[in-house]
Design a protein around this ligand. Structure first.
Ligand code: URA
Length: 209
C-alpha cells in the first residue's frame, strides 16, 4: 500500500509559509522552491540501500558506507516541475533528468502527452517525478501511467502542496507510488486551485501572469 509522507520539519514548514505568501517575489520564490526540493530529497532517498567500502582516512583505514549503486532519474512535469529539479540535483548530481509535458484535451478532458524525453536507461533507474502542486491529480496520475507504459517500475512523486482530491486520484490509479509532500491543504476550489495553496506555481516561478 502506497504511503503519503508529509514533511513536518520546521525548516520545510518555514520555507513553505514563505512561498505561500503572496508578497514573496519571483526571485525568492524560485530560491525557496529550490531549497525545499533539496530538503525533501533528504527524506525521499531515506530508503536507499548502503554498502560498506574500505577507505583510508588521514588517521587510519576504515570501513565506511556509500549508497549502493542507486541510479536516479528526475522527471519534472512541465512546466512548474522544472523549479524543483536543481534542488534535487544538488544532492544527487549524477541523476539524469527526463521531461514530460501534458495538456488536458478540451473535449475529452483527458490528459494528453505533448512532450516526453527520457534518459535511455530510465527503466534501470529510481524515478522521482516532481510537480510542486498536486491538485486534481489528473496530470500526475497520467504521467505515472505514461512512465509505467515505458517499463519504469520504481517511482516516487514529490510535490510541495497536495490537495486531498489529488492524493486520492493518484493512489486510486497507482497504489504502488509513494507521495512525498510538504503539506496537505484543505480542498480544491471551482477553478482547480488548491486552497489555501500558493496560487499558480508555474506563474510564480517564471514571473508570468
Ligand atoms: N496548479 C497550481 O499551480 N496551483 C494550484 O493551486 C493548482 C494547480
Amino acid at each position: 500500500m502506497a504511503k503519503v509522507q508529509v514533511f513536518d520539519h520546521p525548516l520545510v514548514q518555514h520555507k513553505l509559509t514563505m512561498i505561500r505568501d503572496e508578497n514573496t517575489g519571483v526571485k525568492s520564490f524560485r530560491e525557496l522552491v529550490d531549497e525545499l526540493a533539496m530538503l525533501m530529497t533528504y527524506e525521499v532517498t531515506r530508503d536507499f540501500p548502503t554498502e560498506e567500502v574500505d577507505i583510508t582516512t588521514p588517521v587510519a583505514p576504515a570501513k565506511a558506507k556509500v549508497i549502493a549503486g542507486k541510479k536516479v532519474a528526475i522527471v519534472p512535469i512541465l512546466r512548474a516541475g522544472l523549479g524543483m529539479v536543481n534542488g534535487i540535483l544538488r544532492l544527487i548530481p549524477a541523476a539524469k533528468v527526463g521531461h514530460i509535458g501534458l495538456y488536458r484535451d478540451p473535449e475529452t478532458l483527458l490528459p494528453v502527452e505533448y512532450y516526453c524525453k527520457l534518459p535511455n536507461d530510465i527503466q534501470e533507474r529510481d524515478v522521482i517525478i516532481v510537480d510542486p502542486m498536486l491538485a486534481t491529480g489528473g496530470s500526475a496520475a497520467a504521467a505515472i501511467g505514461f512512465l509505467k507504459d515505458r517499463g519504469i517500475k520504481s517511482m516516487k512523486l514529490m510535490c510541495l502542496i497536495a490537495a486531498p482530491e489529488g492524493i486520492r486520484v493518484v493512489h486510486q490509479a497507482h497504489e504502488d507510488v509513494d507521495i512525498f509532500t510538504a503539506a496537505i491543504d484543505d480542498h480544491l476550489n471551482e477553478h482547480g486551485y488548491i486552497v489555501p495553496g500558493l496560487g499558480d506555481a508555474g506563474d510564480r516561478l517564471f514571473g508570468t501572469k
